[in-house]
Design a binder for this molecule. Structure first.
Ligand SMILES: [Zn+2]
Length: 409
């Protein structure tokens, strides 16, 4: 049993979080009790200036791309060809994928990410390896073998039959109700023939699996999709392929029309907004207000390695900055913290993570800010988000196990 006492970050109402003094009691791998009020002297950890909060959720990242962050000055399609594919080819060697996933998971825990949705590579063995390791480490995650069969080096373009056969084996091994679940993951419409998209849609429907893909990230990409699919709109290509549904997580969604947003809302799709990646590749600034006005759910992702920020707190901060740039209604810091914790969990239908709540997995962070954040004239959650320093994360608990300490950074 472990008792952590400090300022608790609690999800008391939709879209907002509240700070309350109190403690959480962890037993085995779950939170068993959350008590507001006086901090018990007998706690294993007691610090009235510490933030105790749920682990962060990153809804869009690429496992093979952590070693190529920072390849800048290129638009999306050129960036894919010049730097991404050569990195992903290295995953043909499953032992390389294992080594790299070990490093990536360590990095995620060091920035407080305890749940995530990830693209692996087109390689089946490497994908399984990354999934097994995520399971052993204790993460809550969706991971998908990337499906693509064109506009990439030959070695990254297996046949449609092979890809679908492997993806369906991955789902059998990691079904939807497991802590690590397989997601059907066509890279994006450009890199998939229509028969691959359709087969992916069928597989996702049959298995009730999550779908991950990219949508409308850049204007040039939208134009190419239209050329490749007989003038169809990007969203319609996915709709016709059966890839849109309540478990579809679509990266970016920047260049969308009113009718596109309606299709996404009708299918209850989720848009994974990745503001740092969008700035980095010069893709555009997503109109969050328009999406939310049209009832499309937005979640947040780092999109490593187009995104350069592994910290979801800084991604959330970039989301606020993008909203400000677009002259959208500016989200509060409280709602931004909600986005990377309870909000992401709700959007994914994960009721066991994202909250300090009895019965949830004990994925908990102990954060010691070195600034005066309590009793300050500034909203404390805003101050923490804008002054954020990863070194404040003193402990990361994953399923009740203390897996990261600041000293190990
Ligand atoms: Zn991406």
């Amino acid at each position: 049993m472990t008792i952590l006492a400090g300022q608790l970050l609690l999800a008391e109402s939709p879209n907002q979080l509240e700070l309350r003094p109190g403690f959480v009691r962890i037993d085995d791998d779950h939170i068993r009790e959350v008590v507001e009020g006086e901090l018990p002297r007998s706690a294993d950890y007691l610090n009235p200036n510490a933030l105790i909060c749920p682990g962060f959720i990153d809804t869009h990242l690429h496992l093979p791309q952590f070693n190529m962050i920072g390849a800048h000055s290129m638009p999306l399609l050129q960036w894919l060809e010049s730097v991404v594919f050569s990195e992903e080819e290295k995953w043909a060697d499953a032992s390389y994928a294992h080594k790299m996933s070990t490093q990536v998971y360590r990095q995620l825990l060091s920035v407080g990410t305890t749940s995530f949705c990830a693209y692996a590579s087109v390689h089946h063995d490497a994908t399984l390896c990354a999934m097994e390791l995520a399971h052993q480490t204790g993460f809550r995650a969706l991971i998908g073998q990337v499906l693509m069969n064109r506009f990439a080096p030959k070695s990254l373009c297996p046949s449609t039959n092979q890809l679908i056969d492997e993806a369906s084996k991955t789902i059998e091994r990691f079904p939807i109700d497991k802590q690590i679940a397989a997601a059907v993951t066509p890279r994006f419409a450009i890199s998939c023939t229509y028969d691959l998209l359709e087969a992916a849609g069928r597989l996702a429907t049959q298995a009730s699996a999550f779908v991950q893909t990219h949508l409308s990230e850049t204007v040039a990409e939208c134009r190419q999709v239209s050329e490749l699919f007989d003038g169809a709109r990007y969203v319609d290509v996915y709709q016709k392929s059966g890839l849109l549904g309540t478990r579809s997580i679509l990266g970016h969604g920047i260049h969308l029309s009113v009718s596109d947003r309606k299709v996404l809302a009708d299918h209850e799709c989720k848009i994974a907004h990745c503001p740092t990646a969008n700035t980095f590749l010069g893709s555009g600034a997503m109109d969050r207000e328009a999406l939310e006005t049209d009832s499309v759910t937005v979640v947040l992702g780092s999109d490593i390695g187009a995104g350069y920020e592994r910290s979801m707190v800084r991604v959330a901060r970039a989301m606020i900055e993008t909203a400000s740039l677009r002259q959208n209604k500016i989200p509060s810091a409280s709602s931004a913290w909600y986005d990377i914790t309870a909000g992401a969990a709700d959007a994914l239908g994960w009721s066991d993570v994202g909250r300090l709540q009895s019965g949830c997995r004990a994925d908990v962070l102990v954060i010691e800010p070195d600034i005066k954040w309590i009793d300050s004239p500034v909203d404390p959650l805003s101050m923490l988000m804008f002054a954020w320093d990863d070194r404040w994360i003193k402990r990361t608990y994953l399923r009740g196990q203390w897996r990261h300490t600041e000293d190990s950074r």
